[in-house]
Design a protein around this ligand. Structure first.
Ligand code: GDD
Ligand code: MN
Length: 380
């Protein structure tokens, strides 16, 4: 037995980077960014025409409730249109949408059906062709999500009175969440809001992603070659110098899969990795306010998980060579899994690594539909 090896020092340095960077980033956001004012000049009398795009693929189970949920919003009805874009659903989703439309003549609803499913990004671009020319704001919202507060739409729209605002998204509350998902959300909601207060966040949420229409047109529509259509569109808008914010006054409830929770997380991680990889390849001038946030998030998504893997491998090698320090560190690393936040963190690192490898094979642009634990019981 030897007390320690040289490898242990390298492993320790890597561990310090792996945990230190997000820790410093998080405490900076919490202590410095979060207490700042929003500096958003929202105007409650600003009620632009809004087009709400609802993409659907086999959503028969939830679509009626989703449309009811939108209908509950207290926005002037003559200033809203809903466009449901369906991509070759096989469970009768379009028929339900038609039925809902007939039952709600007070609502302007368009149903567009694509004969072939090519993915959400394609579908959103198809929907854009049907947006009325007088619309100023486009809102994309997933079927498995709910806007609990009837003033959500109003609040989002009011923010676009500020000419610096290019995109707005929500914080998320997971419905029926297990331990990991709940801690994951608490942590990331804070991060997104902190980033947004600094200027902009590079990660948006499909539960409610609002964009100034003019800017979507300028960036050429939604991306079709990657999965994170919401985050990528928001970031391209932020790179043009506008703010893309996740605002803490906008809350959405999101359904969480009943089964295949980990696969769901891996798929979302795949999409985020595609988003940050695409940004790396793009030649862009990053506005000063966005630089640190974008660099840190790129590092955290693309590189940091691998540092954890390298640390673990080095410690295992050293432990097998008889290092007491390495064995102790490994034991602490495993024992600490009883701490919820640390468990959530490790879970996410593993998801990101598996996602990187899976991306080599499939981009998951037309993903398998999961059964969700839904919150509709609470809302009805
Ligand atoms: N029209 C159309 N075509 N809609 C689709 C397709 C498609 O090929 N695939 C999925 N959708 C719809 C679903 O019906 C749902 O309303 C929404 O897109 C999101 O699908 P989910 O299956 O709920 O995906 P998620 O919640 O795990 O995905 C999240 O992450 C993605 C990026 O990783 C959401 O936030 C997505 O909006 C986001 O793009
Ligand atoms: Mn979803």
């Amino acid at each position: 037995m030897i007390p320690y090896t040289l490898i242990d020092f390298v492993a320790l340095a890597l561990a310090a980077i792996h945990f230190g960077v997000p820790l410093i980033y998080y405490s900076y956001l919490k202590r410095v960014a979060l207490p700042r004012p929003w500096n958003v000049r929202a105007d409650s009398s600003f009620l632009p025409k809004v087009s709400i795009i609802v993409p659907t693929y086999n959503e028969a189970q939830l679509i009626m409730r989703k449309l009811d949920d939108i209908h509950r919003q207290n926005y002037p009805r003559d200033r809203v249109e809903i466009i449901v874009i369906d991509s070759a659903s096989t469970d009768g989703t379009p028929d339900l949408v038609k039925k809902w439309g007939e039952e709600h003549p007070d609502t302007r609803l368009k149903l567009v059906v694509e004969p072939v499913r090519r993915g959400k990004g394609w579908a959103l671009n198809e929907a854009l062709k049907h947006v009325s020319s007088s619309s100023e704001v486009i809102i994309v919202t997933d079927v498995d999500s709910w806007w609990s507060d009837p003033s959500t739409l109003r609040r989002v729209a009011n923010m676009f009175a500020d000419p610096t605002i290019g995109a707005v998204s929500c914080i998320k509350i997971p419905e029926g969440a297990r331990g990991v998902e709940a801690s994951y959300r608490n942590y990331y909601n804070l991060v997104r809001v902190g980033e947004s207060k600094l200027w902009s966040t590079p990660i948006f949420h499909g539960e409610l992603a609002a964009f100034k229409k003019k800017l979507i047109k300028e960036i050429g529509g939604f991306p079709t070659d990657i999965g994170a259509d919401d985050s990528h569109t928001a970031t391209l808008i932020a790179l043009k110098g506008y703010r893309a914010i996740v605002h803490d006054s906008i809350t959405c409830i999101e359904a969480v899969p009943r089964k295949s929770y980990f696969q769901w997380r891996v798929r979302r991680a795949q999409h985020l990795i595609q988003h940050f990889t695409k940004l790396l390849k793009l030649k862009h001038k990053t506005p000063r306010e966005l630089k640190t946030v974008l660099r840190t998030e790129t590092f955290l998504h693309l590189f940091n998980p691998w540092i954890l893997l390298a640390t673990t491998i080095l410690l295992i090698i050293s432990a097998t060579q008889g290092s007491i320090a390495a064995t102790t560190l490994l034991t602490i690393g495993i024992a600490a899994l009883i701490i919820k936040l640390y468990r959530m963190w490790t879970h996410q690192q593993i998801a990101l690594m598996i996602a990187t490898v899976r991306n080599l094979r499939t981009k998951e642009l037309t993903w398998r539909k999961e059964q969700k634990i839904t919150c509709v019981e609470h809302i009805d």
